[in-house]
Ligand binder design. Sequence first.
Ligand SMILES: Cc1cc2nc3c(=O)[nH]c(=O)nc-3n(C[C@H](O)[C@H](O)[C@H](O)COP(=O)(O)OP(=O)(O)OC[C@H]3O[C@@H](n4cnc5c(N)ncnc54)[C@H](O)[C@@H]3O)c2cc1C
Length: 471
Amino acid sequence: MEEPSGTHTKRKVVAVVGGGLVGSLNACYFAQRGFNVEVFETREDIRQAKIVRGRSINLALSHRGRQALKHVGMEEKIVSQGIPMHARMIHSLSGKQSPIPYGKKGQYILSVDRANLNKELLTEAEKYPNAKLNFDHKLQDWSPETGLMTFARSDGSTEHIEADLIVGCDGAFSAIRKQFLRRSRFNYSQTYIPHGYMELTMPPIDGEFAMKPNYLHIWPRNTFMMIALPNLDKTFTCTLFMPFEEFEKITSGDEVMEFFQKYFPDTIPLIGPDALRRDYFRLPAQAMVSVKCSPYHIGDKCVLMGDAAHAVVPFYGQGMNAGFEDCIVFDEILNQFDEDLSAALPEYTRVRVPDDHAIADLAMYNYIEMRAHVNSKWFLFRKHVDNILHLLMPKTIIPLYTMVTFTRTRYHKAVERWHWQDKVINRSLLLSATGAVLGGAYLLVRNPPDINRLVVPAEKMWSRLLALRSV
Ligand SMILES: Cc1cc2nc3c(=O)[nH]c(=O)nc-3n(C[C@H](O)[C@H](O)[C@H](O)COP(=O)(O)OP(=O)(O)OC[C@H]3O[C@@H](n4cnc5c(N)ncnc54)[C@H](O)[C@@H]3O)c2cc1C
């Protein structure tokens, strides 16, 4: 890759701590600008590792994430390695499957492999001559005054490295964030939800996907649910989300089978009874945490992005997408302030905190929508109404899911608009229903029906019923 323009005049050192999804993408952004980028990642290089431990096998990539990838020329490559999912496929207890489209025709989200995406981004970052990846570097501490960081190596040694800007992309349990917690006027909250998650694999059948591949399959069971996303190797990764206490009640293979027989009977032949009995106990259920904090920066020295700033529960499929969008937003702000870090960092906090807090709240809301609301007739009716209104008035009524998933409408603006639309649509439905009832009553009063014409068929019906009973 060519030396980016302006490199000779800038050459500020940017340390990206964390070489996960957001860190590796961010390295590309800073390198593209000509900064001298050093990525520090605690793990070994996942491109060489035999076993890659991650938090989920696949992820849903949507518009915000794609836009962020596009900016560094990675969109096409990643999209070509993903599987489009056009709709949710709801599996009822009886095994009936009903699709609910995500948006208009042609709109879809993509199932992408987490490890592969991370590998591709690391490889892309490494192509910049002004970017260097340092694996086996675990951040222990750093100083907000000097930017001096201390890293621990697996051989027991430590390294001290200084940077002009530290970008904390070290995930939900960020070590960079610990310095923020020591400071006054830093707001922080973390919430563990009572549910955990467990991943199970549904293998291909005769070399083909065991279920329709272009869907995100959902088995909503009110207090818990299972979802399945397709993979390129024709497997599905099924993720069971359930309260920890329910996971713990199941202690033997027979109990696993009994549970699946009761709630997900259609999946037993697809996952395979033996695999189910075995894989359920392979790993314990994993916890899910939601983290909110503010501000995201310290002076002109450090900024938090991705899960380090805002870990969200995975029910809107937006954690990574929001983290990727952080990279574009920061880049836009750097343009706006001509790379003056002392102005750009506070502006980033001002702009981004309301949006990341909004998506954290929406993800919590979707936690209930996915496992319970999709079973409700009113919810399905409202989804249809919203979609029809969106078709008729595409600029006035935009479904929330569309705004979040298929546009870059700021998350907090999407929430405000959603509340406004909901009020207008619900009031219009109420008015239409009241109008229909009053109109019907008026017509009945004006043109009373001939009572005899109604009574005679009723009598006929009654005698038929009596005849049926005596058969
Ligand atoms: C079950 C599940 C499903 C999900 N599904 C989706 C989805 O469909 N769509 C979506 O958009 N999001 C999804 N997410 C969220 C997504 O996984 C995260 O938002 C995303 O991984 C955040 O990326 P990150 O780089 O900020 O953090 P991480 O991916 O956690 O990466 C942090 C990196 O920092 C490194 N690190 C940690 N500590 C240190 C240290 N002290 N020193 C140096 N390095 C360190 C770690 O090794 C890691 O490589 C899901 C999450 C879960 C749990």
